[in-house]
Design a protein around this ligand. Sequence first.
Ligand SMILES: [Mg+2]
Length: 278
Amino acid sequence: MARMERKKVTETLKTRSLDPMDLPFSESDLKKRFDLVVCDIDYTLVDFEPANQAGIRKLKEFFGEKMGEQIDIIFQLVLEGNRKREDEPWEHREEYESLMEKVAGLQPVTSKTFGVKVWSREAYIIIAAQATGVNLDKKKVEEGRDMYWEELKNNYRLFDGAKKFLDLLKTLNIPLLLMTGSDAVLNVNDDLTLNYDPEFSKQYKMRRLSADFPNIPTIIGDPIDKQYPEYFDNLFGVEVKKLGNFSPERTLVIGDSEKADLMFPRERGYPTLLVARG
Ligand SMILES: [Mg+2]
C-alpha cells in the first residue's frame, strides 16, 4: 500500500483589517484555536505610510524637493517588489531589478556576507542624489538617515483595528510575539559605500520600536532577514521555544506580505492570516 501523503497544506486566511469585527473567526474561536500569535509590525499593526511620508518630508527639507521625491519613488518600488513573487508578472520588474543592482553595488562586502540589505535608506539617499545631481558626503547621508528615522518614529501609529486586536489578545490571555524585518541601518564609508554591522542595525531599530511596543518580545531581522528561511528557523526553533511549548497548528502567523511573512510559516504547517487592506 502506498504510504499516505502526510504533508498538510493549510490555506491562508484573509482579512481586510485586524479589527476583531473583520476577522475570519469569532473571538471565542480565536481562543479555542490558537495559543500563540506571531505578528508582523509594519503595514500589519502599524500604519507605516503616513510615518514614512513624514520622514520623506524631512528629507525634502534637507536635500531638496526633487531628491526627496526620488527617495520616496525608490522606497515605493522596493516595497512593491518585496511583495511580488518572482514568477508574478509585473510592469516595474526591470526597473526594480536595475535598482536592486545599484543597491547591491553600494554594499560590495555586505552583499557577499549577508546578502543585499534592500531596505537601506542610506542606499536610497545615495542613489537619489546621483539621479538628481546632488553632492553628498558621508556625514550628510548619515544626518539624512537619522532625520528620516527620527521623524518616522514620531509619527508611528497603530491602525485603529490593530489596537483593538492587541487589546483582545490581552483580554483572552493569548501571548504575542512580534516578527519584524531589519531596517538595514548601514554604516557609511568615506567613499559612500555601505557596511552592515548587524548589532548596530538591530539596536537602532530596537530603539525606535521600544516606545510603541514595550515589553512585547520582538524578533528583528538582523543579521538574517525575513526573505530567508533561516529567519523562520530562528523564530520558530529558538525564539518561540523561549516563550513555551507551542504547537505549529495552534500558532497563528499574521502579516501583510504573503511572500515575506507567510510563505515559509505556511509551508511548515502554521495557520496564516493575510491582512490585505488594499
Ligand atoms: Mg509588513
